[in-house]
Design a protein around this ligand. Structure first.
Ligand SMILES: Nc1ncnc2c1ncn2[C@@H]1O[C@H](COP(=O)(O)OP(=O)(O)O)[C@@H](O)[C@H]1O
Ligand SMILES: [Mg+2]
Length: 627
């Protein structure tokens, strides 16, 4: 009985650890339900969709698989070789034979190392290719989303999807997948080799496997939780950063630095503690597996040693020192991949989680798509009609309530009304940035839902309330995606009164534009956007007039540009300047999403209604200002 005492100690310790972990597992299991996060997509579905990205590179993966065979073979053959050398050394010692064997061993090692190296390079290259395809798909898809959909997703979240989540997936292809496959083969190969050598010792090693499985299952639960927290924390920080970095000037202007700092600090600490927990989980798991490994080595040395001295092992199979040496090596070759398998499994889960997030974005069906056999408009006369249009951003909160009006080709319509009355909304509906719920919008008598979106927008020049300039140059901001000769650019700038200030710039058309055009004044940005619009020769011009602080000189320039624009084609303008309003063919007065008056300036003045009051109030104020 005494001779089994050491084995009992090992068993006792392993058992004690198991109990502790099972209890911890039971506790966390209840907690998890309380938090209640789960994945919606099935693993199979994710794998199938990831496979689509990998398929074009099947040759590379096949090559990697072949290279992998060498390293698997090394893992299985090398312990046998060492065991053989041990037997050789123990028997009649011949130095030349030893050198021969060591040479063979070194040869196998070198081949295995080279194949691992080549394999890594091929994988990296393939992984990066898959990664960039995925990023492009994601970006293209985001481009196809409607304004309503884009409004619903925080920019920081999209950045995380395109930057971080795609990265997690590339890790899957570069590292995880191959290691998983390799480890499975190594485990099976080593097991087979051990069984052939000595099934008794193999049985002994296998006694530890249930514990490894148990610990791995428990570890996975903990580490998945930890992972999810790290992920959520990262997204949270990215979202916060992307919003607040854009709004930094406002933060400074309103002395909100401290408050924002506190908010950031809370998120920062949350992420840090999530990371720490994750490291802690790994910090427990690795030593536990190591403990099992050491225990099994101890058992091997104990049982094997006893068996060697007696000439037979515990179930009666003969034992040699070669077998013990070989087994000693096999045990580590057996445990290493098991540990790494468990950890890789977590990376796999996290890659799947990332994949799911990416696919969820890719699965967002663009709200606004071309209908089947949508019409391509080669030319637009510019006749626009709203027929009882109802629209809401949020279900049942109507922003437009039965708006009907008609604009003849070439006419100018001005929308007037207090803030929030729906002026900007009407303009964005015409270009189908949002989909209306009821009614019809007709362009040249055709429902806009029957027109191809790209061709619709091609004929419409939209100048939105806040002019957006991209980082680049003045030229790139005017021509956007088209190749346009400088002469034409200058013509457009001259026509829209933008060339005056551009000529004064040091770089002229090549003057750099910083992010969002923050090195230009509001008036300059507006003039640039005019030039940008007219150069693309639209048939209908849509302008949400900005009332930002613009100096009198620029104001006059903008006024002049507006008058010219009225001559280009149909023009719909949200007007704040009285002169713009007065010159319009039709004025539409809006209030709370309904048209309350429409007609020419003279007609509306005669009617002495809302427009009359607005106009007299404003002209009175202007007189006061000029006086
Ligand atoms: N993206 C949006 N999501 C939800 N509501 C919006 C959105 N844009 C505007 N609104 C609401 O629609 C109404 C009309 O807005 P808008 O057309 O911008 O008014 P205006 O340009 O006349 O000042 C406002 O009450 C505003 O709160
Ligand atoms: Mg507006």
């Amino acid at each position: 009985m005494r001779e089994y005492f050491p084995l009992l100690v090992v068993g006792g310790i392993t058992g004690a650890f198991s109990i502790v972990f099972v209890v911890a597992y039971a506790l966390i299991k209840n907690k998890k339900e309380a938090i209640g996060f789960d994945r919606n997509m099935k693993d199979g579905e994710i794998i199938r969709r990831l496979f689509v990205y990998a398929r074009p590179y099947w040759r590379s993966f096949l090559f990697v698989g072949l290279c992998m065979l060498f390293s698997i073979a090394y893992d299985i053959v090398s312990p046998l070789l060492i065991g053989y050398i041990e037997g050789m050394v123990k028997a009649k010692f011949a130095l030349s034979k030893l050198f021969g064997m060591v040479g063979v061993y070194a040869g196998i090692l070198i081949v295995s190392l080279i194949s691992t190296y080549v394999q890594a390079i091929v994988l990296q290259r393939t992984g990066q290719k898959i990664l960039s395809t995925m990023r492009e798909d994601l970006f293209t898809h985001i481009e196809s989303l409607s304004h309503a959909q884009l409004n619903a997703i925080p920019v920081g979240k999209l950045v995380t999807r395109v930057a971080n989540d795609t990265n997690a997936i590339s890790m899957l292809f570069i590292n995880i997948l191959v290691t998983l496959v390799k480890n499975c083969f190594v485990i099976l190969g080593v097991l087979a080799a051990m069984l052939c050598l000595n099934y008794e010792l193999t049985l002994m090693v296998l006694c530890f496997v249930p514990f490894i499985v148990l610990f791995t299952v428990i570890f996975r639960k903990f580490s998945r939780r930890a992972y999810r927290k790290v992920k959520d924390g990262t997204t949270d920080i990215n979202t916060f950063l992307s919003e607040n970095l854009s709004g930094m000037k406002i933060i400074q202007a309103f002395n909100c630095e401290e408050k924002k700092m506190r908010e950031f600090s809370a998120r920062n600490k949350k992420l840090a503690s999530a990371k720490q927990k994750q490291i802690f989980v790994f910090g427990i798991f690795r030593p536990i597996v190591y403990m099992l490994y050491i225990s099994s080595v101890l058992c091997l040395l104990y049982l094997g040693g006893k068996g060697y001295i007696d000439g037979v092992s515990f179930l009666g199979q003969t034992l040699t020192s070669e077998i013990i040496v070989t087994f000693y090596m096999y045990i580590s070759k057996f445990f290493n991949p098991i540990q790494s398998l468990a950890e890789q499994f977590n990376f796999l889960q996290s890659a799947f989680a990332s994949a799911e997030k990416i696919f969820t974005i890719l699965d967002l069906q663009p709200d606004i798509v071309d209908s089947e056999n949508a019409i391509e408009l080669s030319e637009v006369k510019g006749e626009i009609e709203f027929k009882d249009v109802w629209f809401s951003y949020v279900p049942d909160e109507w922003v437009l309530k039965g708006v009907s009006f008609r604009v003849n080709a070439g006419q100018t319509v001005a929308f007037v009304g207090s803030t929030g009355s729906g002026k900007t909304t009407i303009l964005s509906l015409i270009c189908r940035n949002y989909e209306i719920q009821k009614g019809q919008i007709l362009i040249d008598g055709i429902d806009i839902r029957k027109i191809r979106i790209s061709s619709l927008r091609q004929h419409f020049g939209q100048m939105l309330q806040d002019v957006f300039l991209f980082s680049g140059t003045v030229r790139s901001n005017i021509v956007l995606h088209e190749e346009i000769p400088d002469e034409e650019i200058w013509n457009a700038c001259d026509y829209m009164n933008a060339s005056g200030f551009i000529r004064k710039l040091e770089g002229g058309l090549d003057e750099p534009v910083r992010e969002r055009g923050n090195n230009f004044s509001a008036g300059q940005r507006q003039l640039l956007s005019f030039a940008r619009t007219v150069i693309h020769k639209p048939s209908v011009m849509i302008l949400d007039e900005a009332t930002a602080n613009i100096d009198t000189e620029t104001e006059a320039l903008i006024q002049n540009s507006l008058e010219k624009m009225m001559n280009i084609g149909t023009m719909l303008v949200v007007a704040h300047r009285l002169s713009t309003v007065r010159n319009a063919d039709t004025i539409i007065v809006l209030s709370h999403g309904e048209i309350v008056e429409q007609g020419s300036h003279a007609e509306l003045m005669d009617a002495r209604g809302r427009y009359y009051r607005l106009y007299t109030l404003q002209s009175h104020r202007e007189q006061l200002q000029t006086a």
